[in-house]
Design a protein around this ligand. Sequence first.
Ligand code: HPA
Length: 271
Amino acid sequence: MKKIQESVNYIKDQAGITPEIALILGSGLGVLADEIENKTEIPYGDIPNFPVSTVEGHAGQLVLGELEGKQVVAMQGRFHYYEGYDISFIAFPVRVMKMLGAEKLLVTNSAGGANRHFNVGDFMLISDHINFTGTNPLIGANEDELGPRFPDMSEAYNKELIKLAEEVAEKKGITVKKGIYVGFSGPTYETPAEIRMVQRLGGDAVGMSTVPEVIVANHMGMGILGISCITNMAAGILPEPLGHEEVIETANRVKPKFIELVRGIIKSVKS
Ligand code: HPA
């Protein structure tokens, strides 16, 4: 708690902003942070106690400012468990953003479609998740000031925010699906057998992020909205191998529509 407070104090000194929405943006959508207005950019390395990426070219910074008239804080550069970080690296920034004032978290990611009714390029509002990462960011001593030892996960993704996102999408003529995100640790893509398992368990999309951040945010009682961009069909669904190139290519192709949707949601969120 003391460490979080130190980070929060430093950030508050740099940026005169009380963000109401925290943004964690997945591959391809990080550019949204560039569109934040009146912004203060703070490199992770400057923030006391903040985890810093050891991977070259993944510096990362916190961006605070305004988007669609709302005060926001965005993580530009995200920590993935598969990069070898301690899971606490993923927890800390989420906690700092909450303590800065953000009561809501909007998290986006790229994901593989396991649901055969999905198409590449679809957007999926996450209605729930299955944690298949084999770990949990809350393992360890519980900080009671942050949240309970045994957090309820029965509405990890806020129903009102999902409804609002559906309304925004409909108004904009953007089709959105809804479904269950199954989070694996990665970095391998899943095997076809794992995808058949996911389908039998009721999963609709698979990915390597989001679940840890959502658990931490849920622990602190944040209202969470998660949106996946289906960048590829999951392993074994189509007769072709998976590659990062396709993920990036799809994310880039749908980026303008994704940004329009996310901006629309931010605009419509009630304070
Ligand atoms: N599997 C896991 N993670 C992913 C995928 C996938 O098919 N596509 C994008 N991220």
